[in-house]
Every structure is written in structure tokens, then in C-alpha cells.
Design a protein around this ligand. Structure first.
Ligand code: PLP
Length: 225
């Protein structure tokens, strides 16, 4: 993708949407059953603008501070923007996250559920919460261990958080499909509908395996520095 071509992001958006629609059709799913979250971390407002102009309204960031710096001004211009947090969240940032985001994809421990529930009660804002699962059992990754999921789900339900479903980031450099299949099975077993899975390199597979939310950065914006 030519970085200086202002039409490139809109073309990339159209192409990603076409790929999602094709993958959905192959799995006998409707394309509008999949929400495309444009992951705009490290990208400036100027870089985001072409996607807004092309009609994209759902965006994701991985850091609370960066999102606070960037999105209030953009939201003033486009009030129908939906903002998703996809990065790890410290409990002391829960208050800020609830104030800013419409969905939080990284709910992975009881202490965070407690902090989020307190912020939700105080603010009266109810962002959709995805429970993140450490699907490949990797030490460096966020997410709860698979065997902790039932307890985490019970805690989230007891705290009355709006639960959107499950989220995972499979191990890098390996076939993602088995991990997507496992996350989908966990969601089914627990009666959850939402599946936040699939990034630039693997979203087509994720959609075929049931993703309801794909998180796509570099395929839309080009590689990050
Ligand atoms: C950065 C990020 C993405 C997007 O990654 P790309 O490979 O650029 O599409 C998706 N999910 C999470 C959690 C991320 O941090």
C-alpha cells in the first residue's frame, strides 16, 4: 500500500469488507453478522480521517491514554463512532476505560471485573465486556487460563457486567484455525454469542469459524512503525 496515496485506506477498507463477506458466505453466515473493528493504535487523526470519510465508525485502540488523547476530538465530529479497547487494562485505569470505550475486549481477571463494576455503577455507562482467554497458554499474553474461564464468567455475571462474549489472540507464527475453533467451542459451551477473534493475517479464517468481531489494523492502515 502506498503510504502517500490518500485513497489507499478507503480501498483497503473495501477490500477487507469484500473478504469478510466472502468468508461469511462460505460459512453460510451473513456479512453483517461480523463487526469490523479498525485498530487505529499508533495512527494519527490524519491517518484515521480517510476511513471515517469512507464510512467506517467502529475503531479499536490498545492503550487508554492514547485513546484519550486522540478520540474526543474525532468523536465531536462523528458522534456515532464506537470505540473498543483491545489492549490489556490495569485496574486503576478501569474508571477511564468505562468513561471512554463502548466495548472492552481484555477482561481477564476478577480484580478487573470488580474495578469495572464499580466504574459502571458510578458512571452509569455500560461498555460491552469480552472475556479474554489465553487460548494458547502463553506466559507473556493477557487473558485468563482456559480452566479459569467458568469462574471468571461467573464473576462477570454476578457483577452484572454486560457480557459480549469471548476474545483471544492465538499464538503468532502458527496456524490460527485450531485456536479459533477452540474459542468458538468455549463460547458455545457457556452460552455466549460474541467471538472477538481474527486480525489482519487471519481474519478470513476467523470469520469462517464464527468470529462476530474482527480486529484489523495493518490490513487497513499499512504496517505500524
Ligand atoms: C494490534 C492489535 C490488533 C490488530 O493487529 P493487525 O495485525 O495489525 O491487524 C488486533 N488485536 C489486538 C489485541 C491488537 O493489539
Amino acid at each position: 500500500m502506498a503510504i502517500d496515496d490518500p485513497t489507499a485506506p478507503a480501498q483497503a477498507l473495501a477490500s477487507v469488507k469484500t473478504t469478510i463477506a466472502r468468508a461469511a458466505a462460505l460459512a453460510d453466515r451473513k456479512p453483517d453478522a461480523v463487526t469490523l473493528i479498525a485498530i487505529s493504535k499508533t495512527k494519527s487523526a490524519a491517518e484515521i480521517a480517510p476511513l471515517l470519510a469512507a464510512g467506517q465508525r467502529v475503531f479499536g485502540e490498545n492503550r487508554v491514554q492514547e485513546a484519550q488523547d486522540k478520540w474526543p476530538a474525532l468523536r465531536a465530529a462523528f458522534p456515532d463512532i464506537a470505540l473498543h479497547l483491545v489492549g490489556q487494562l490495569q485496574s486503576n485505569k478501569a474508571e477511564d476505560a468505562v468513561a471512554l470505550f463502548d466495548a472492552i475486549h481484555s477482561v481477564d481477571r476478577p480484580s478487573l471485573i470488580t474495578a469495572l463494576a464499580r466504574a459502571v455503577e458510578r458512571q452509569g455507562r455500560r461498555p460491552t465486556c469480552f472475556l479474554q482467554v489465553n487460548i494458547g497458554d502463553e506466559a507473556q499474553k493477557g487473558g485468563c487460563a482456559i480452566d479459569q474461564l467458568p469462574a471468571l464468567l461467573e464473576a462477570a455475571r454476578a457483577a452484572d457486567l454486560p457480557i459480549g462474549g469471548l476474545m483471544a489472540v492465538p499464538p503468532a507464527d502458527t496456524e490460527a484455525a485450531p485456536y479459533f475453533g477452540l474459542l468458538a467451542k468455549l463460547a458455545r459451551d457457556h452460552g455466549l454469542d460474541g467471538l472477538s477473534m481474527g486480525m489482519s493475517g487471519d481474519y478470513e479464517t476467523a470469520v469462517m469459524l464464527g468470529a462476530t468481531h474482527v480486529r484489523i489494523g495493518s490490513a487497513l492502515f499499512g504496517a505500524r512503525a
